[in-house]
Design a protein around this ligand. Structure first.
Ligand code: 13P
Length: 261
């Protein structure tokens, strides 16, 4: 079976107590999973990270931050530095989520600086990319993915690739107004992404995990994860209840196992 990745971005939804309750429950429910083959991760709000890291066994559930500044210290009001995240002992930094790009105006260049800083500070950099509905309509999705990858990864070298994850999250598929991508469409775009990674980094680029996100739910998770170029699922709403997320992880893993046997 291929190595699988399941994670959730909690966005701006859970407070400290809700986050710790959720993590305690999810840890209990997923304890028996084969953690060498299945990587789990949760990305809570900044304010919950300290408590979350105190109660979470990161060999079982890795923790991440939703954003990070590229500088270590300085006049950057409202920002969080890589050193501050290191203090918390978290493993992952999510960068370039569509909400950061489209609500907060983050550019590919800024995101590229953050990716480099995250890798230099020993974090896994989870770079999110994806085209908008309009870009899809204009038939330029592949070009957009190419620009996002080439700029976002322009400072990354081959030695850092083992700390790089990509999430393909088409903007039109994310959130309450989103429509999930079909398995075929997601596979097609994951294939494009894998080819670009190979073009940029040669053979080692092929090993970078590429996760799909955008309205993943109990119904579509199995079909998505069965696609050859989809290594994991990055889930929002359908993961925010620990029981539901546990079920989704198990159903999706089962779907991959059934395909193999
Ligand atoms: P939804 O699963 O709620 O569409 O959110 C996906 C997402 O943004 C994960 O980062």
């Amino acid at each position: 079976m291929k190595k699988l990745y399941f994670g959730s971005n909690l966005k701006m939804y859970k407070n400290i107590r809700e986050t710790t309750d959720y993590l305690i429950r999810l840890q209990k429910l997923t304890q028996d999973l084969e953690h060498e083959k299945i990587t789990l991760f949760i990305i809570p709000s900044y304010t919950s990270l300290d408590r979350a890291s105190g109660i979470t066994d990161q060999n079982q559930i890795m923790l991440g931050a939703q954003n990070m500044c590229w500088e270590e210290v300085g006049q950057f009001t409202g920002e969080i530095s890589p050193l501050m995240l290191q203090e918390l002992g978290i493993k992952i930094v999510e960068l370039g989520h569509s909400e950061r790009r489209h609500i907060f105006g983050e550019t590919n260049e800024i995101i590229g600086q953050k990716v480099k800083a995250a890798l230099e500070h020993g974090f896994i950099a989870l770079l999110c990319i994806g085209e908008t509905g309009k870009e899809k309509q204009c038939g330029i999705s592949d070009e957009i993915l190419r620009i996002q990858l080439k700029t976002g990864l322009s400072k990354v070298c081959e030695e850092e690739l083992d700390k790089l994850w990509i999430a393909y999250e088409p903007v039109w598929a994310i959130g309450v107004n989103g429509l999930p991508a079909s398995s075929d469409y997601a596979q097609e775009k994951h294939h494009v992404i894998k080819n670009i990674l190979q073009e940029l980094f040669g053979e080692p680029g092929k090993a970078v995990p590429v996760l799909y996100g955008g309205s993943v739910n109990l119904e579509n998770a199995g079909g998505l994860i069965q696609q050859p170029d989809i290594d994991g699922l990055f889930v929002g709403r359908s993961a925010w209840d620990a029981e539901k997320f546990n079920q989704l992880i198990r159903d999706a893993t089962e779907a991959v196992n059934m395909e193999v046997s």
